[in-house]
Design a protein around this ligand. Structure first.
Ligand code: PEP
Ligand code: MN
Length: 286
């Protein structure tokens, strides 16, 4: 596909496309900004497991200098026999931990009926399994909070952008796209992290694009190198799973960083950004 054909694709998206809006969109989550050169890291456990665990995680996120705290309370798991999340009561734990450490919070919403429970959650995550849950996307179009929209397990980038259209066309202008790996024939990694998606999405769309190398690889030792690669590719942020005690995690412990590894990652990414952040062509060459 040549550059002209790519430009034509951008015209298919009246709200998300680069054609109607040339300038990068900045999405604000509390005081934190994503897009147009603003970069932020979201850190925290896969799941909120207890008050103590989420407070320990929040302390580590804050101390490392990351910007947002994550933690799922509704976990859409492949097997119904694995941990399904702490449920609605976990939202209060997450919000309290975020407030205590001055961090905006992000959590995954899995159904439109849950919207009232998420009123104090700063960023609503749509997980890979719900990227094409159109009823949910339409409902989120009416929400005041920004939305973190993750790419579906086998979704094309055009499908991801159409899902963003559902939210934007519904009246919510604040959408952050997230590359989190897709299913390919390789089975060693949990998914295949598609980093070309970053510059490509930014060519097609003005929306911020972040990368989740935790679900994108499923392997702890790959999270740092893929974070650096995503940063170098021009991502507007990262979402990293980190657990105070990964070996005790109820879900995704094998891909979760320790507190120390998370701290090292933030340092390494910041160092890289002082170099690559100056490369304007990485941001946008329209
Ligand atoms: C998550 O962020 O914990 C998660 C379930 O991610 P995904 O929807 O990308 O699988
Ligand atoms: Mn997870």
């Amino acid at each position: 596909m040549n550059e002209n054909e790519l430009r034509k694709i951008a015209e298919d998206y009246p709200f998300a496309g680069r054609k109607p809006k040339q300038a990068d969109t900045v999405v604000r989550v509390g005081e934190v900004e994503f897009g147009a050169g603003h970069f932020a890291v979201i850190g925290g456990p896969c799941a909120v497991e207890s008050e103590r665990q989420i407070n320990e995680a929040a302390a580590a996120v804050s101390l490392a200098g990351a910007a947002l705290l994550r933690g799922g309370v509704f976990k859409p798991r492949t097997s119904p026999y694995t941990y399904q999340g702490i449920g609605e009561q976990g939202i209060a734990m997450l919000v309290a931990a975020g407030k205590r450490y001055g961090l905006p919070v992000v959590s995954e919403i899995t159904a439109a009926e849950q919207i009232p429970w998420f009123s104090e959650v700063d960023l609503l995550q749509v997980g890979a399994r719900n990227m094409q849950n159109y009823a949910l996307l339409k409902a989120l179009g009416q929400c005041r909070q920004p939305i973190l929209l993750k790419r579906g397990l086998s979704a094309t980038l055009q499908e991801l952008l159409f899902s963003a259209e559902y939210i934007l066309a519904g009246g919510n202008p604040n959408v952050i796209l997230c590359e989190r790996g897709i299913r390919t024939y390789d089975t060693i990694t949990r998914n295949t992290l598609d980093l070309a998606a970053v510059p490509l999405l930014k060519k097609l769309s003005h929306l911020p694009v972040i990368v989740d190398p935790s679900h994108g690889t499923g392997i702890r030792s790959l999270v740092l190198p893929m974070s650096l690669a995503a940063t170098a590719a021009g991502a507007d942020g990262l979402m990293i799973e980190m657990h105070p005690h990964p070996e005790q995690a109820m879900s995704d412990g094998e891909q979760s960083l320790t507190v120390e590894e998370f701290r090292e990652l933030i340092v390494a990414v910041s160092r890289l950004r002082t170099v690559s952040g100056n490369c304007s062509r990485l941001r946008d060459d329209q």
